[in-house]
Design a protein around this ligand. Structure first.
Ligand code: NAD
Length: 499
């Protein structure tokens, strides 16, 4: 049995708490490694090392810090296949999807190479007589991030790239489900020239998380995961005086207007609903066709596409559309929610309950499901299922469809499919959701924009990556400077004696 490590002080270190978590191969159901779950003492050691290393890193000029990130981008590209394989092996997603996971993180690193520009402060020349006023953006010190299982490369890079570019030290507590890629990233960025102790990985569960939230030296905490934990992190972190950004779950609605190109909409829904087995916070989990006729046409187009989906292990190559879900518990939860949908009166149009894969009977595979006639009160509508289950809620009008997206407690992403610019514009302007797609099903903003949901999908006030990340990982100092009149007024040309 492979025993994973922490990455502390520039080296792999064994866990000393005596507690471990199982890391599965979701395709076979086998435990392939065990990950150490850190104690408070282990976390504290990482914090002490970070606090010691950080001032020297902060004193390195931003251009030189950016050069480390440049080399890191090269190394990510060099090792792309190796990283993708390690990612798929623990997460279960297909290899092209794993490459996408790494690539989207890499793009945030590329954005952070602009640190010298992004860290520039403001300056007012002559704010008063002989007075200048200027602001500086300074690093916070030791920062930390807690990340989910579903993007084990991208989300850690969303956090540590800007944190490090700004001159902070960063402690990453990755998901205990797929910790290998985060460990590889820490090693790789040191190969790129990052000093030891600036990026450390402390594996763990609630104990390590609570130690982060309560540690007096840690200044800021980033979190991405489910909403109940996001709310907990936000409250607990804030109660301990930390800056916190915490991103939570989602229930993303896609509205299909009668004038939409129905083939395009159906293709988009299948990709966005079932890609990565539905385990994306930007997955579309609710389709809202407007009008009965639109709904009938949409379902007719969706069913054959969904029935054709190929589910399998990443090792089966490019033919596979999506892989297993992450754990047996996740699979059981998804199937329980499917049963609740049936019991509460939704119509199961595509039934994936009996899906099995020869040779992989113990894997955590879930067949694709499509529900029609889902209503607001049902559990499958209210809860995030995080699996390959798409629910269709029929709306009578555009206003009703908009109201569904508006009234849901989550507000991460949403999309509208229409050929009418006026409707699309109205939707983008009025909907209370953080990221909106117009004929784009998964509107994940690129690295130089910011990523963040609204309502109970996010807690805190700054988004991930883009310019917001440089605000989150720095604090502003504003200087008011006045220089009393000096030599230019009282120039002395004689060889003066001491006065
Ligand atoms: P999760 O909330 O179970 O775990 C996230 C992290 O929190 C992990 O590192 C885990 O170890 C830690 N954690 C879990 N339980 C904890 C507890 N009781 N106390 C303290 N820490 C705890 O989430 P997950 O299952 O890994 O990820 C899936 C969730 O993440 C989904 O809800 C998904 O929508 C969400 N997500 C959101 C975004 C976004 O940007 N909004 C992006 C990706 C994923």
């Amino acid at each position: 049995m492979k025993e994973l490590t922490h990455y502390i002080g520039g080296e792999h270190v064994k866990g000393t708490s005596g507690r471990f978590g199982d890391v599965f191969n979701p395709a076979t159901g086998e435990v392939q490694a065990r990950v150490p779950l850190a104690s408070r003492e282990e976390l504290d050691r990482a914090v002490r090392i970070a606090a010691e290393a950080q001032p020297r890193w902060a004193a390195v000029n931003p251009q030189r810090r950016a050069r480390v990130l440049m080399r890191f981008v090269d190394l990510l590209n060099r090792d792309m296949d190796k990283l993708a394989e390690a990612l798929s092996r623990e997460h279960g997603k297909t290899l092209p999807d794993a490459v996408g996971d790494i690539q989207r993180g890499l793009e945030v690193v590329e954005f952070c190479i602009g640190a010298p520009h992004l860290l520039k402060g403001e300056f007012t020349d002559g704010a008063g007589p002989g007075i200048d006023m200027y602001s500086m953006r300074q690093p916070l010190g030791v920062t930390a991030g807690i990340t989910p299982f579903n993007f084990p490369a991208m989300i850690p890079m969303w956090m540590f790239a800007p944190a490090i570019a700004c001159g902070n030290a960063f402690i990453l507590k990755p998901s205990e489900r797929d910790p290998s890629v985060p460990l590889m990233l820490a090693e790789l960025i040191e190969e790129a020239g990052l000093p030891k102790g600036i990026l450390q990985v402390v594996n763990g569960d609630k104990e390590a998380v609570d130690a982060i939230l309560e540690h007096p030296v840690i200044q800021a905490v980033g979190f991405v995961g489910s909403t109940p934990i996001a709310a907990y992190i936000y409250e607990r972190g804030a109660a301990h005086g930390k800056r916190v950004q915490a991103f939570g779950g989602a229930k993303n609605h896609m509205i299909i207007m009668p004038d939409a190109d129905m083939d395009q909409a159906a293709d988009a829904l299948v990709g966005a609903g079932y890609g990565a087995a539905g385990e994306r916070c930007m997955a579309i989990s609710v389709a809202v066709p407007v009008g009965e006729e639109t709904a009938d046409r949409l379902i007719e187009k969706l069913v054959p596409r969904i029935e054709k989906l190929k589910v399998g292990p990443y090792t089966a190559g490019k033919d596979v559309d999506y892989g297993p879900v992450v754990t047996a518990a996740a699979k059981a939860n998804i199937l329980r929610l499917v049963e609740s949908g049936i019991e509460q009166g939704a119509k199961l149009v595509v039934d994936g309950r009996n899906f099995t894969l020869q040779g992989y009977e113990n894997g955590f595979f879930v067949g694709p499901h499509l529900f029609d006639h889902v209503t607001r009160d049902m559990e499958i509508y209210r809860k995030e299922i995080f699996g390959p289950v798409l629910s269709t809620v029929r709306a009578k009008s555009y206003e009703e469809a908009l109201g569904l997206a508006m009234d849901h407690e989550y507000g991460n992403g949403t999309a509208i499919f229409t050929r009418d610019g006026d409707t699309a514009r109205d939707f983008a302007s009025r909907v209370n959701v953080g990221m909106v797609g117009i004929n784009v099903p998964i509107p994940v903003p690129l690295a130089y924009h910011t990523f963040g949901g609204w309502k109970r999908s996010a807690f805190g006030d700054l988004n991930q990556h883009g310019p917001d990340s440089f605000r989150f990982y720095t604090r502003t100092k504003t200087v008011t400077a006045r220089w009393p009149s000096g030599i230019k007024e009282g120039a002395a040309f004689n060889f003066r004696q001491m006065e």
